[in-house]
Design a binder for this molecule. Structure first.
Ligand code: AMP
Length: 396
């Protein structure tokens, strides 16, 4: 059997492992994608193979996905059964934190791995799981090149004024900076704009990545100038379960007056707040849109309000606005949220065409709108696969 060299992409979360398989000779072109979720609990696997075969969904035994190593082994069994000719020449990993130093994807050498471990305290909830995914892949594919792609890297182009907090300077030197996240998504959107709307790409663009995690990025010429996330992926917009922007004084109050430990505050801010906290119902926008309760509507109101506020702030940072681009699960699918965000925004140049919005067109602004409004589906896995292909093809 002739073998086919492919790239595997991995995105390891706390209890999930997303994977993708790409034919790198052809592009890269996606062959399969999937997810193992509830690792360490009652795990489930879902894999899709495009037009090549029917999707696979099955409950796994605890032993099949007790940790990331087990989850990867189980996912690989499913991929090998479907593509016995595939040989992973390179594995690309989503890594949440690249610190100030990593501005591009890199091959993971032992010294890079040591540096990624050193950066773990900057993203204690995400980075250790990313590293567990890398270790699992290194064990499964000792011969393959491993590549790290960073959520922070895209924002390293932002100016110093958007890199600092107003703290004594020594903390900046220790790495307490405004890093920004969702960089793989913004990188993809920037590339797509260059392809489908080059004049827009060269101008002043705000991208709203609205998913379970949500942030916005202001770009000029396709490069990040400012973003709503900061030192961690907690700042900025409210999210499914995360607070978004909050007065740090609330933390002092919760600890000193309510007696919460720092770990309890962290849990509260990351997992019980945002849309879930405000609605008391769900972190899922579809559920909130359908619910129609006072609390669900208030959660939606706050989400929309913060997006509109950041939109104004980012437009000021960019010195004007040529386009607003929606992406992420909510941005790509929720007509209601897009409509509410763009309501009465003609003063900033945004005029939504309701029919185009309802049809989910790529351009959803009116022909008269001074700035364009677009919906561009994001694809973080493809950004990883492209980097993996590029680095594995580069001469050693
Ligand atoms: P993501 O994290 O990018 O996968 O996005 C997940 C979010 O997108 C969840 O809050 C979903 O409820 C939301 N979402 C997906 N489809 C829709 C839809 N048709 N309408 C509203 N929200 C949606």
């Amino acid at each position: 059997m002739t073998t086919r060299t492919v790239a595997l992409t991995l995105n390891a979360g706390s209890s999930s492992l997303k994977f993708g398989l790409f034919d790198i000779a052809a592009g890269p072109v996606e062959m399969a994608s999937g997810l193992v979720e509830s690792i360490g609990g009652q795990p489930r696997l879902r894999a899709e193979f495009g037009a090549a075969a029917a999707p696979v969904t099955r409950d796994l035994t605890g032993a099949e996905a007790a940790d990331h190593h087990g989850a990867l082994a189980t996912a690989l069994d499913v991929l090998r059964a479907q593509f016995p000719e595939a040989r992973a020449g390179v594995v690309g990993h989503r890594v949440v934190h690249g610190g100030p130093g990593f501005t591009e994807p890199v091959e993971i050498t032992p010294s890079v791995m040591a540096e990624l471990r050193r950066l773990s305290p900057f993203a204690p909830i995400h980075q250790p799981h990313n590293l567990a995914g890398i270790e699992a892949a290194q064990a499964a594919f000792p011969e393959a090149m491993q590549v790290a792609c960073f959520d922070t890297a895209f924002h390293r182009s932002h100016p110093k004024v958007n890199d600092v907090f107003a703290l004594p300077r020594e903390y900046y030197d220790k790495g307490v900076r405004r890093y920004g996240f969702h960089g793989l998504s913004y990188d993809y959107i920037s590339g797509e704009l260059a392809r489908i709307a080059p004049l827009i790409h060269d101008g002043r663009v705000i991208v709203a990545h609205l998913g379970n995690g949500a942030s916005m990025c202001g770009m000029v010429g396709g490069r990040s100038i400012a973003s709503t996330m900061g030192f961690t992926a907690l700042d900025g917009l409210p999210m499914g379960t995360r607070t978004g922007q909050i007065d740090p004084g609330v933390i002092f109050y919760l600890v000193q007056q309510e007696g919460l430990s720092i770990d309890e505050v962290r849990q509260l801010f990351y997992t019980k707040s945002g849309l879930l906290g405000l609605s008391g119902l769900s972190n899922d926008m579809r559920t909130l849109e359908a619910a129609g309760t006072v609390e669900a509507n208030e959660a939606i109101d706050y989400f929309v309000f913060r997006i509109r506020r950041e939109l104004g702030g980012l437009a000021a940072a960019l010195g004007g606005l040529d386009a607003l681009v929606f992406c992420g699960g909510i941005g790509e699918n929720s007509r209601l949220i897009r409509e509410r965000v763009c309501e009465d925004m003609a003063w900033i140049g945004l005029e939504l065409d309701r029919e185009r919005n309802t049809r989910n067109d790529t351009v959803i602004s009116t022909d008269m709108s001074r700035a364009r409004i677009m919906v561009v589906p994001t694809n973080e896995e493809l950004v990883i696969a492209r980097a993996a292909r590029r680095l594995s093809a580069a001469p050693a």
